[in-house]
Design a protein around this ligand. Structure first.
Ligand code: HEM
Length: 479
């Protein structure tokens, strides 16, 4: 790693002078002979990463069945891998398992293919799309749920499963944004939702040895179920594409339509298979993660009536009509003014990052922080430990939205806070997520009190995303 210690922050334009740092490599966990930490990681991955981060140095070797793997535990090194020297890194083998669903979509591809595709995908997330088409869909869907909750609470409080409720809101928003606001029936939305639940359950089990999918090789029943669902989803997408070709679908602003238009403009640059992989990647990236984020938001607010009060004031000041029971749509301008809402969003993503760990592998042998690693070594970069490390965060495990009081202008070190990753492979959908989450909260919080019915203990369940361990049941009543 270069010894110059100036790390310009590319997106915020602030630069920080850092004293030359001596990175420490004070050993790491040993685990069992041969297996190393394999069983420990399988049993309690967050426990292992957190324990390592508190006990050892900045670079921590993790023995794993002879595989080479290191955990990074210093913000300079996180930035180095994700941003400053990103050209020497590719997605690690952990991402290979996703290829069975996503093919070579943006999440899984590398090198020149990724670069070309990223340029093609970027226009789907430009400002006008977020503030226009996707915002309208979010407004409309959130309003339908508001009206439903108003009905449910007509005669007093009602108990609901907020986990299911948030999954329904977010799947509808993401699917309508990807495939068109009027192009899918309710039953097709339910079918895609069901299929993705099966994909996620299937892919989760490949966590430790991702290069080998024995179930596919042996054609096991679980693989056959998985494959049947994949075929049916691909048929839905092919069918929509065929309708665009025949001219029977005209909505131009959904993601599929934008990809189709790009294909029409330059047929060599994008095949139907590419469109399939890209749309599946969008559903996969945006489906469970956003639903989980919404659940964490309600979970975090549950124990903090003081935060709820400030948040309601913030929403009310920018958009007083959100307290009415009618369907007045929010404006984008109004949600942009809700600074405290932004802080609550950021703090939730700090404590409960839906993508809780990232990993990369160097293409060529590398020296990180003075520590030599050979190409192909898995470099594990855990959001969950960097976001909560007591060395860097005061009162690290407490929910304190005021940390981000300056909203998007809060000077945050990208190596300490990276729920959407950073550098060239930063999530393409982050503005979409932020807008969607704010719309849903601004529509529901002013009108309803939401109180958890079940006590959750240690609530985190790390799978592909960081889920709540148990479904969260809440009592909703009129505020
Ligand atoms: C709370 C919700 C979300 C979170 C926390 C999240 C987080 C992330 C993270 C951490 C990455 C980087 C993964 C890595 O490099 O290993 C990523 C990549 C990506 N995300 Fe998201 N994401 C969310 C929602 C979405 C949505 C809604 C979409 C699209 C509609 C989306 C599309 C993508 C794509 C396409 C990539 C790959 C980008 C690339 O490699 O160039 N994400 N996301």
């Amino acid at each position: 790693m270069a010894s110059a210690q100036i790390y310009p922050d590319s997106t915020k334009g602030y630069a920080q002078e850092i004293e030359p740092v001596q990175y420490t490599t004070t050993g790491g966990p040993k685990g069992y002979p041969l297996l190393g930490m394999l069983l420990h990681v399988k049993r309690d991955p967050i426990g292992v990463l957190a324990d390592n981060s508190l006990r050892y140095g900045d670079i921590i070797p993790i023995p794993m069945l002879g595989l080479k793997s290191i955990q990074i535990n210093h913000p300079d090194l996180v930035r180095y891998v994700l941003m400053e020297n990103n050209k020497n890194y590719r997605k690690s083998a952990a991402y290979i398992r996703f290829e069975s669903v996503l093919g070579q979509g943006l999440l899984t591809s590398n090198g020149d293919k990724w670069k070309r595709d990223r340029q093609k995908i970027q226009p789907m997330f430009k400002r006008e799309q977020i503030e226009g088409y996707y915002f309208d869909i979010s407004n409309h869907v959130a309003d339908r749920f508001k009206q439903r909750w108003l009905k449910l609470t007509e005669k007093g409080a009602a108990e609901i499963d907020i986990t299911k409720e948030m999954a329904s809101v977010t799947i509808e928003i993401i699917l309508k944004s990807i495939f068109g606001k009027d192009n899918l029936s309710d039953s097709t939305i339910a079918q895609i939702h069901h299929s993705f639940n099966i994909f996620i359950a299937y892919l989760k089990d490949l966590r430790i040895l991702p290069r080998v999918d024995m179930r596919k090789m042996l054609g096991t029943p679980s693989y056959r179920v998985f494959n049947k669902e994949l075929i049916s989803i691909k048929e839905i997408i092919s069918d929509l594409l065929a309708k665009y070709r025949q001219g029977s679908l005209t909505d131009k602003y959904n993601m599929l339509a934008l990809l189709y238009a790009a294909q029409q403009g330059n047929p060599e640059s994008m095949t139907d298979n590419d469109i399939m992989d890209h749309t599946l990647s969008m559903v996969f990236a945006g489906f469970e993660s956003t639903s989980i984020l919404m659940q964490w938001l309600w979970y975090a607010l549950d124990s903090r009536p003081d935060v709820v009060r400030t948040l309601r004031d913030d929403i009310h000041t920018a958009a007083p009509y959100t307290s009415n029971t009618d369907s007045t749509p929010l404006t984008y301008e109004a949600i942009s003014k809700m600074r405290y809402l932004n802080a609550v969003f950021m703090e939730t993503m700090r404590l409960y990052p839906p993508f809780w760990v990232t990993s990369r592998e160097p293409i060529e042998d590398e020296i990180i922080g003075g520590y030599k690693i050979s190409k192909g070594t898995a470099v594990v970069i855990p959001q969950i430990t960097m976001h909560r490390h007591p060395r860097w965060w005061e009162n690290a495990n407490a929910f304190i939205p005021e940390r981000f009081a300056q909203g998007e202008d809060t000077p945050v070190d990208h190596g300490l806070y990276f729920p959407f990753s950073h550098g060239p492979r930063k999530c393409t959908g982050y503005k979409f997520v932020e807008m969607e989450a704010k719309v849903v909260i601004a529509k529901l919080l002013p009108l309803f009190n939401i109180k958890a019915c079940n006590v959750l203990g240690n609530p985190m369940e790390p799978g592909i995303s960081l889920k709540l361990k148990h479904p969260l049941r809440v009592r909703i009543s009129r505020a």
